[in-house]
Ligand binder design. Structure first.
Ligand SMILES: [Zn+2]
Length: 334
């Protein structure tokens, strides 16, 4: 069941993520995060998640689909937090919950500045409740969606109002960093990690957001340094008419050479952030399960399904131990 492509769902996903590249990891990154997290789980709960690996992987971009295809306005602020607008001065100074933030800054401002860390914490609480109730549909839906938000929290530009370098003359940097670079160079990444129990979800969530935020200066600085005095033919991939080629979001696509040098200058940043997102996702799923009293999830699926998938699970775990995520294909955006 694992080794197939869901063509109709893929088409739906592709329709759904138009413009998405400027707002989250691309399909490639979100798919890797969700699928990798399944393999990073301990076996006692990993097999249940593995039985539903295709759903969890495809659902990785569902929150972005809600934003664009469904035009669900309430969805937008969940994907980012513009820390500057909250006068950010370290995690300890920030409101503990979305309600506290609304009381302090007002609902309109909070909707505008973003709610990503509070969304992650709310989803973790919901996942714990779903695990306690052993509600299969809710466990899978919430786990997959929580993974999306954790993924977004590892994209540094999701923690700043300068989300596409628009304030520093670097428009297009978002899609370059999150979609083009991992698609072009990700086959050499190593993703291995293991879930661990998180004592303090609030502290860990803010640690992650804070650490993403500190990467922004290097992310922008290296692009600025490279762009300097660079003629368009070096910066962008040129089409037959001599003009920069556009990606499907209408943005100029960077040249392979530019992407390569920028990727080198980032010194493993994209790989590290993807890897950290995978480990954190698995850890949040695992922590919800432990806090729910370690319910036995094996009886939520028919035995024949688990028996059938065991062989594939072993195979994929073999690759995972070498840092590789196998078992699905996505249509690249670049
Ligand atoms: Zn997103």
């Amino acid at each position: 069941m694992i080794k197939r492509i869901f063509s109709c769902i893929t088409i739906f996903v592709c329709l759904g993520v138009q413009e998405q590249s400027a707002y989250g990891w691309g399909v490639w990154g979100h798919n890797k995060i969700n699928r990798g997290a399944i393999l990073a789980l301990p076996k006692e709960m990993g097999m249940f998640f593995y039985n539903h690996a295709d759903f969890i992987t495809e659902e990785s971009v569902a929150p972005d689909i809600r934003k664009y295809t469904m035009n669900d306005k309430s969805e937008f602020p969940r994907h980012y937090i513009d820390l500057e607008n909250y006068h950010y001065d370290g995690p300890g100074m920030m409101p503990k919950t979305r309600d506290e933030a609304i009381a302090k800054f007002g609902k309109d401002s909070v909707d505008k500045f973003g709610t990503l860390p509070w969304t992650i914490e709310e989803m973790e609480a919901k996942l714990t409740a779903a695990m306690k109730a052993k509600n299969k549909a809710e466990i899978l839906f919430i786990a997959a969606n929580l993974a999306h938000y954790i993924g977004d929290a590892h994209m540094p530009l999701h923690t700043t109002e300068n989300h596409d370098g628009q304030l520093t003359g670097q428009k297009g940097i978002h899609a370059l960093w999150e979609s083009q670079l991992p698609e072009q160079f990700g086959k050499n990444y190593s993703f291995f990690g293991e879930a661990r129990y998180i004592d303090n979800i609030d502290a860990e969530t803010w640690r992650c957001v804070d650490s993403s935020h500190t990467l922004i200066s290097a992310l922008l600085y290296n692009d600025r340094k490279l762009r300097k005095d660079k003629p368009a033919e070096k910066l962008y991939k040129l089409g037959p008419n001599g003009q920069p080629e556009k990606n499907k979001y209408g943005q100029a696509t960077h040249s392979l050479e530019y992407a390569h040098v920028y990727h080198e200058l980032l010194n493993g940043m994209v790989e590290n952030q993807l890897k950290a997102a995978i480990s954190m996702t698995a850890s949040y799923w695992y922590t919800a399960w432990v806090n729910a009293g370690k319910p036995d999830l094996s009886d939520l699926d028919p035995k024949y399904l688990t028996d059938r998938n065991k062989k594939f699970y072993q195979e994929d775990m073999g690759y995972w131990k070498k840092g590789k995520i196998t078992g699905y294909k996505v249509i690249n955006e670049y």
